[in-house]
Write a protein that binds this ligand. Structure first.
Ligand SMILES: [Fe+2]
Length: 260
């Protein structure tokens, strides 16, 4: 099975520029590339910060763009999103019983759990409140020893970027308790840090990705003054029994070989 991980498109109202580039155009080019090269993927997942400001018009643009995208796409929320606006534009998207945008996708190669770590209020940090923790624990218990792949916007640990670490998932110890029922969590995929990264946290492999529009600089003195123009990437994930391969592709950089 192959699937595609995309994150942090930060969509604006169509045509609006963000940090020097057009987020809608960038995501669109990314989706074009995926459709061209990975039409056989089982699904795509966009792991949060779908929009920059949570505007209905931005979600409308996403809905419109996905209409002719040929691969099933799971949508998640990040700190820049607005749950109510998202649910008004995507009313058919499943939510868990408590109204959070959390869902499970069961396949014969594993169980994929998509979490909602959006924390209400003026904060960029993430949260998995008691209700969401309880839901996660129930899903993991139900999964038994089947392979489980977790997706969440906020990492539950410090990634080593000093200005991002304070806005990770709040209360990581509660999260650890919630996943205690997970017998076979194979991988955690997250966004938020706008940077390609590999981590091994408590024995669980984890990866992060650059966003499709802009990246976050590694240097703390740049916060609020500069951004990083590194290229966007998406992740191509393939499952081969016990083996997981993840390749990152900087999809906007398709230059011909000079002289050819
Ligand atoms: Fe983001």
């Amino acid at each position: 099975m192959k699937f595609i991980h995309i994150t942090d498109p930060h969509l604006t109202k169509p045509g609006q520029i963000l940090w020097g580039t057009d987020p809608c155009d960038r995501l669109s080019r990314c989706l074009d590339d995926i459709a061209r090269l990975h039409g056989d993927a089982a699904f795509c997942v966009i792991s949060g910060d779908l929009t920059e400001m949570g505007e209905t018009a931005a979600y409308d643009g996403l809905r419109q763009r996905l209409q002719d995208f040929p691969i099933r796409t799971f949508l998640m929320l990040g700190n820049h999103d607005e749950r109510t606006a998202f649910q008004s534009v995507f009313p058919e998207e499943p939510s868990c019983a408590d109204g959070f945008v959390q869902q499970v996708h069961k396949t014969d190669q594993g169980i994929f759990i998509f979490l909602d770590t959006k924390k209400e209020g003026r904060t960029s940090a993430g949260e998995l409140c008691e209700k969401r923790q309880q839901w996660l624990t129930e899903q993991l218990a139900e999964a038994g020893d089947a392979p489980v792949f977790l997706f969440m916007h906020h990492p539950p640990f410090d990634v080593g970027v000093s200005h991002m670490d304070p806005i990770k998932l709040d209360d990581p110890e509660a999260f650890v308790e919630a996943i205690g029922a997970g017998a076979n969590i194979r991988h955690i995929f997250f966004g938020h840090v706008h940077r390609a990264g590999y981590f091994n946290w408590r024995g669980i492999p984890c990866t992060s990705l650059p966003g499709t529009n802009h990246q976050v600089s590694m240097s703390p003195e740049s916060v609020g003054t500069t951004y990083s123009s590194e290229p966007p990437m998406y992740g191509i994930v393939s499952l081969h029994g016990e083996q997981i391969n993840i390749l990152f592709d900087a999809c906007l950089d398709r230059s011909p070989i000079p002289g050819k």
